[in-house]
Design a protein around this ligand. Structure first.
Ligand SMILES: N[C@@H](CCC(=O)N[C@@H](CS)C(=O)NCC(=O)O)C(=O)O
Length: 243
């Protein structure tokens, strides 16, 4: 896919300074480190790259489409609550450290009372229910005139969390998504909404993993994308509409 010369090339990011944000799997919300001052200063930016791109679930002041460097998005996290069950775990996305890669998503700006409310909500949704930890990353807005990257909080499910499923073929991932649903809805919806986000908001970006799974899912369930014959065809040949 042709890259837009205006867009910053995706190259390895220099390491971030260490920060004291606790792992959000601890009982405290991110930013409430035991005995240490939180490193996030208002306004706080939260980067989403999975369900957060279409369903943040918290109030925010503004949002920007953009990317982070050094990570690839992978359907390698199991989910037995939002998009799956204990008996049929679903698959949702996490980030894999990958020096030369970029992951596109949405960063949300939260201010004032929105900060504590969003972090408490996400601590429950992502950490407690989802097994995700928090990290700080540099977010690059897609606006061409965007100068500096923005420090943002991101939720990542590491291989150490109990729901981590790890790599599988795109076909096996699609087959697992097809049979999984949970409290937030079907796992198919999760995949297709993420694929639609990338098509409409980041058409210049590549995500072979995501679109290969979507293709595998459509090859198993062609009805998902079957369309009626174009009207103009049946109009020109009325016999067709009778078949
Ligand atoms: N942390 C990623 C992934 C978050 C994610 O998709 N988490 C799932 C599982 S815990 C979730 O919140 N699902 C809600 C839904 O599927 O609507 C993001 O920033 O979007």
């Amino acid at each position: 896919m042709k890259r837009d010369p205006q867009r910053p090339e995706c190259r390895p990011e220099p390491p971030l300074p260490p920060f004291l944000l606790p792992s959000s799997t601890s009982s405290s919300a991110p930013g409430e480190a035991e005995g240490a001052e939180p490193q996030l200063t208002p306004p706080v930016w939260i980067f989403g790259y999975g369900s957060l791109v279409w369903r943040p679930g918290f109030e925010f002041t503004s949002r920007k489409v953009g990317f982070i460097r050094g990570y690839s998005r992978r359907f390698w996290q199991g989910d037995t609550f939002h998009r799956g069950s204990e008996r049929m775990p679903g698959r949702v996305v996490t980030l894999l450290e990958d020096g030369g890669a970029c992951t596109w998503g949405v960063a949300y700006e939260v201010r004032g009372e929105q900060i504590a409310a969003s972090l408490q909500y996400l601590n429950m949704r992502e950490a407690v229910l989802g097994g995700y930890d928090t990290k700080l990353v540099k977010f690059h807005p897609q606006e061409k005139d965007a100068e500096e990257p923005i420090l943002a909080l991101v939720y990542i499910a590491t291989p150490q969390n109990p729901s981590y499923l790890g790599p599988a073929s795109e076909e096996d991932i699609a087959a697992q998504i097809i049979v999984s649903s949970g409290c937030a809805g079907h796992n198919i919806e999760y995949l297709l909404r993420l694929a639609d986000f990338m098509r409409y908001f980041c058409p210049q970006a590549e995500d072979k993993h995501l679109f290969s799974i979507e293709e595998a899912l459509i090859s198993i369930l062609p009805c998902l994308y079957c369309t009626e014959e174009p009207l103009e065809e049946t109009a020109s040949d009325p016999q067709k509409s009778k078949s």
